[in-house]
Design a protein around this ligand. Structure first.
Ligand code: AMP
Length: 114
């Protein structure tokens, strides 16, 4: 069981900002920006590269939820802004093998990413 499954099961604490039937979102324990949220499906999917057509609506839901959270946190404007990131595999920088979308905001973010 990954650490994110333990958060879903409430076996370890997290600063949860959103929960619904399909997903949960909480603050990253090691934030890389003043606002750093992780949006994760409750369904156990290791990474985006292992999703299938069966996950189409779930993936849409995760993105819509990320946008809604950005709105709730007051960063969904062209003046402020935010970035969504999905790390996949070793070169992608993945460290927890449970699909998650990073939502980063409240500081200017460089491009290209490191
Ligand atoms: P990634 O490197 O894309 O797999 O992202 C995993 C993220 O999970 C990292 O940003 C970690 O800081 C974060 N993380 C690991 N453990 C926890 C935890 N217990 N609560 C919140 N975030 C965590």
């Amino acid at each position: 069981m990954t650490i994110f499954e333990k958060i879903i099961a409430r076996e370890i604490p997290a600063d949860i900002v959103h929960e619904d039937d399909l997903c949960i979102a909480f603050r990253d324990v090691s934030p890389q920006a003043p606002t750093h949220i992780l949006i994760i499906p409750k369904k156990v999917i290791p990474r985006i590269g292992e999703t299938t057509g069966d996950d189409q609506s779930l993936l849409g839901h995760l993105l819509l939820t990320a946008g809604n959270i950005a709105t709730d946190l007051g960063v969904n404007s062209t003046d402020s802004g935010f970035r969504l990131v999905i790390n996949n595999g070793k070169n992608g920088g993945e460290s927890v093998p449970h699909l998650h979308i990073h939502l980063l905001a409240d500081r200017p973010l460089e491009w290209p990413p490191g």
